[in-house]
Design a binder for this molecule. Structure first.
Ligand SMILES: *Cc1c(COP(=O)(O)O)cnc(C)c1O
Length: 227
């Protein structure tokens, strides 16, 4: 029999603990975000039964259907995929967090559309640290101005940064990219922004990301299986 979702979550948690120990960090300084994209509500229920509460989704309409189907559970939903202007209202109304802010216009719409009765939307800015050209994210040069502008929006709360590095050849190369992201977060803190979140590391590079200061790892395949 293949391992259950509960087995997988237990194994990933041990991996996080081990990586924290190796890095001299508290085990509770790294949160596990279970990336449930393409998996149905039943898989999320199984993960919740194993103690998992934070879930990440990429595709907005799929996510909203799932969030609605699971509204009986106390889950925290994170949007980690690209957001087009015509989807901001759905995101503002259904998610707790957004990791993928890379343009002021999207952030402004989310702030305007965040319903009054909900807490401010918790957000991270996605930064393209290694200059990979296949994906979104603001450049390190543009980051400080965008961060200050997003931090000033009334219905958003800027928590930190998110990165999706290109796969690297060696663990050392991976760590070097992660270290750059950590340095960018630190420089924003020195500019007075009270940031506490570095969303960095996936199934393949979790250990390296934790060694370089990640506070949230986003894990899909290692929990739910191959998509
Ligand atoms: C799919 C996805 C993940 C999870 O990736 P796995 O390799 O399945 O762990 C993490 N972050 C983002 C932004 C994703 O799109």
């Amino acid at each position: 029999m293949s391992p259950s979702i509960a087995d997988n979550i237990a194994r990933v948690r041990v991996q996080i603990q081990t990586a924290c120990q190796a890095a001299g960090r508290d085990a509770d300084s790294v949160q596990l975000l279970a990336v449930s994209k393409t998996w149905g509500p039943e898989a999320v229920r199984q993960a919740h039964a194993a103690g998992q509460t934070a879930f990440g989704e990429n595709y907005i309409q799929e996510a909203v259907d799932k969030i609605t189907a699971l509204c009986d559970l106390p889950l925290v939903w994170h949007c980690i995929g690209p957001i087009q202007s015509n989807k901001t209202r759905l995101v503002a109304e259904h998610f707790d967090w957004v990791h993928s802010i890379d343009r002021l216009k999207i952030a402004q719409r989310l702030s305007e559309q965040r319903p009054e009765h909900l807490k401010p939307l918790q957000v991270c800015i996605q930064v393209n640290v290694d200059g990979g050209d296949t994906k979104s994210g603001v450049s390190p040069q543009e980051l400080p101005a965008l961060a200050q502008a997003v931090a000033a929006l009334p219905r958003l709360r800027l928590r930190g940064l998110m990165t999706i590095p290109e796969p690297a050849e060696t663990p050392e190369q991976m760590r070097a990219v992660h270290a750059q992201a950590q340095a960018l977060l630190e420089s924003l803190r020195q500019q007075g922004l009270p940031l506490d979140t570095l969303s960095m590391g996936m199934s393949a590079d979790m250990t390296e990301a934790i060694a370089e200061g990640s506070t949230m790892v986003r894990v899909g395949t290692a929990i739910f299986g191959r998509r």
